[in-house]
Design a protein around this ligand. Structure first.
Ligand SMILES: [Zn+2]
Length: 482
């Protein structure tokens, strides 16, 4: 199996991936709190992790992917009270919205999507175990984690307890043993959903769910834990304290991977700045492939600036890849024969494949990997030009291998799936039939030397993004991906 290196937030360096179970990759990614439609800041980690799991599967790992929904949370409760509906109405509405946009973005489904509300028993059992192990204490129906008891507290974020206290905006609660102690269980308040527990009715604190769910579905030690870099402290720091305090096993997670944040026109994304871009709104203007490609065009750990210019760049990149795919599909229909250029194309394709895999194996560097796609797309287009400018004969064996390589690249990045199926959108078959009629009319006009009509057809089609290419084998049409 190809060696993969990953940047581990815990050790602050790249490490060779060595799975807990040989041949398997078990990953947990913190999911959304469903109180609003997903914004592009939400989309980045899920698209990133989708590519990581695709690549790990390609390398040969059996991937298990778990991603939670925080369906019990202050923001959901506030939204539900504001709308006069129950909390689960809000949670279900925005979980549906999550799947709708992530499906559009080509994000494959996780193996399990655990929700807080259906895992209260697991959470209560974990809290009880933490009390039993001496890491947690009860206070008037609340339960707190005692951070001083956990020797590794602060290792992930690289802070000491003194740093945390100095830097944190924490509520003053004199009852706690240490100001940094965090809630595992909160006693019920009016207007909030609650569940029974040994400490009275209440609901879980935020952090405990991820420990309970990762432990339940992936075990005491698993391979990857992902999320945005804003989750490193306190959420992931607390997860480690809970998981390891409960199981006694260190480490709970072998590799911590965190994606950088998104800025919008160089400003940090925030609701107050009114630059809170919802995925569904962005998709009114750009295709899902364009947004997905944009999210992957920068390495996942780097900050990413969202702007129309960058989305336009993504569109242009997709156009180039689309042309290359359409050319491959066209060349497949050409007569088979020997041609020298095919050997050159194939050897270059193999070089680009190696480059692509080397980039992806080096901490999933999609930014570098996509440059190999550009290189291969260019070579495919050069080959296409040479074929149509001579006899139209294609070395089909070499072409099949080039197709395998290029389609493997687009599959890992997760774009242009429909283009490979020869589709340009809905009703692709009818669309093509219609275009064949138009091309036949234009051909008639040309044969009758009615150049004005022929040119008019070509120009009007160009205006709506359809280009016509004439070759000795006849005319072809191409639609720009919008
Ligand atoms: Zn989490």
């Amino acid at each position: 199996m190809r060696e993969i290196t990953v940047f581990n937030t815990m050790t602050r360096q790249k490490e060779i991936f060595n799975p807990v179970t040989p041949g398997e990759a078990k990953m947990y990614v913190c999911g959304v709190t469903p109180y609003n439609h997903p914004h592009i800041g939400n989309a980045r980690p899920f698209v990133t992790w989708d590519v990581i799991r695709r690549y790990l599967a390609h390398v040969g790992y059996k991937v298990t992917y778990v991603q939670n929904f925080t369906d019990v949370d202050d923001k959901i409760i506030n939204t539900s009270n504001g709308e006069g509906v129950t909390w689960d109405v809000i949670a279900n509405r925005y979980i549906d919205s999550y799947f709708e946009v992530m499906d559009q973005l080509g994000v494959k489904h996780a193996d399990v999507y655990p929700r807080v509300s259906t895992h209260i028993d697991d959470i209560v059992a974990m809290i009880a175990k933490l009390i039993e192990n001496g890491y947690a204490y009860e206070l008037d129906g609340d339960v707190y984690y005692s951070v001083e008891k956990f020797e590794h507290y602060g290792e992930l974020s690289g802070r000491t307890l003194d740093d945390m206290e100095a830097g944190a905006r924490i509520e003053v609660d004199g009852r706690k043993k240490n100001p940094m102690d965090f809630a595992l269980w909160k006693s019920v308040k009016p207007g909030e959903p609650s569940w029974e527990s040994p400490w009275g009715p209440g609901r879980p604190g935020w952090h405990i769910e991820c420990s309970a769910m990762s432990n339940k579905y992936l075990g005491e030690e698993f391979d990857f834990h992902g999320g945005g870099s804003d989750l490193i402290f306190p959420h992931h720091e607390n997860e480690i304290a809970q998981s390891e305090g409960c199981s006694g096993h260190h480490p709970a997670v072998r590799y911590w991977l965190h994606n950088g944040f998104i800025t919008i026109n160089q400003e940090k994304m925030s609701k107050s700045l009114n630059n809170f871009f919802l995925v569904k709104d962005v998709l009114q203007h750009y295709s899902p492939d364009a947004l997905r490609y944009f999210l992957l065009s920068t390495h996942y750990r780097s900050p990413l600036d969202f702007s129309d210019e960058r989305l336009e760049e993504a569109n242009k990149a997709l156009e180039r890849f689309t042309t290359a795919i359409q050319n491959v599909l066209y060349l497949e229909t050409c007569p088979a024969g020997q041609c020298e250029e095919a050997e050159t194309l194939l050897s270059k394709a193999k070089e680009y494949e190696e480059e692509f895999e080397a980039a992806m194996s080096d901490d999933f560097n999609t930014a570098l990997a996509t440059s190999s796609m550009f290189g291969l797309a260019k070579e495919i287009n050069i080959y296409y030009q040479s074929v149509v400018s001579r006899d139209g004969v294609v070395c089909q064996e070499a072409l099949a291998e080039v197709k395998r390589i290029f389609s493997f690249m687009t599959e890992v990045i997760g774009i242009l799936e429909k283009t490979w199926e020869g589709q340009t959108g809905a009703n692709a078959e009818e669309y093509d039939e219609l275009m064949q009629v138009i091309l036949a009319v234009r051909q008639d006009a040309r044969e009758q030397k009615q150049w004005g009509i022929a040119d008019c057809i070509r120009d009007r089609l160009a205006e709506i993004g359809i280009t016509i290419e004439d070759s000795p084998q006849g005319a072809r049409w191409k639609k720009r991906e919008i």
